[in-house]
Design a protein around this ligand. Structure first.
Ligand SMILES: [Zn+2]
Length: 196
């Protein structure tokens, strides 16, 4: 790999397939047990961008979602905004988390989401050097069951990436996201099936 190689930066997946992607971030704040059952029974493809300390503390919870088909990806150790920080600092945050998640879940993350979506060129280089092929922003956020669109056209487009968090209202968020995806004529798909 050339030294200048960087992870791709994506807000959405370049595809014309009628699919959208559900991503769930963080992990420290709230972990509702019913979320596991819902994801398992409804076979909802989800990608979890986890902070490694939360993943360490609550491994069985996230492992249960992994066993239900969910994927564990990287969201740094300390959830610090990386933009403007040194390469060494960013690499420690990204590689440190990737190493830990690989150990816990038996697979090294290939995707990365920077905390708050804040990044610079150094972030994408460090992400690449830590094994990430792509780093992700998002197209819609979902909170308390409400989908917030980035554009005035209130429709989920093919390739869109919906962001929600491990918060108390995650069940509502999942239902809101699924409703918006289906209403737009799409189905949820797994991000990792489309990237890499
Ligand atoms: Zn976050």
């Amino acid at each position: 790999m050339p030294e200048s190689a960087s992870a791709m930066w994506l807000s959405r997946v370049p595809t014309t397939n009628k699919v959208a992607f559900i991503t769930i971030d963080d992990g420290a704040l709230s972990r509702k047990p019913e979320v596991i059952e819902f994801i398992r029974q409804a076979k909802i493809p989800v990608t979890m961008f986890l902070n490694s300390p939360a993943a360490t503390k609550y491994t069985p919870y996230f492992k249960a979602i992994q066993e239900a088909g969910g994927m564990v990806e990287n969201h740094t150790i300390t959830h610090t905004s990386l933009k403007g920080k040194s390469y060494e600092f960013q690499k420690k945050e990204i590689c440190g988390s990737a190493d830990k998640l690989a150990k816990l879940f038996g697979r090294r993350p290939t995707l990365f989401r920077p905390p708050f979506g804040n990044k610079d060129a150094t972030t994408l280089k460090a992400a690449h050097d830590c094994g990430a092929q792509a780093a992700f922003f998002w197209t819609q956020t979902v909170d308390k069951g409400i989908v917030r669109y980035q554009t005035s056209k209130k429709v989920v487009q093919p390739g869109d990436v919906l962001l929600m968090h491990f918060r108390p209202a995650l069940m509502d968020d999942l239902l809101g996201a699924l409703n918006a995806i289906y209403k737009s004529g799409l189905t949820p798909a797994l991000l990792e099936d489309y990237i890499g």
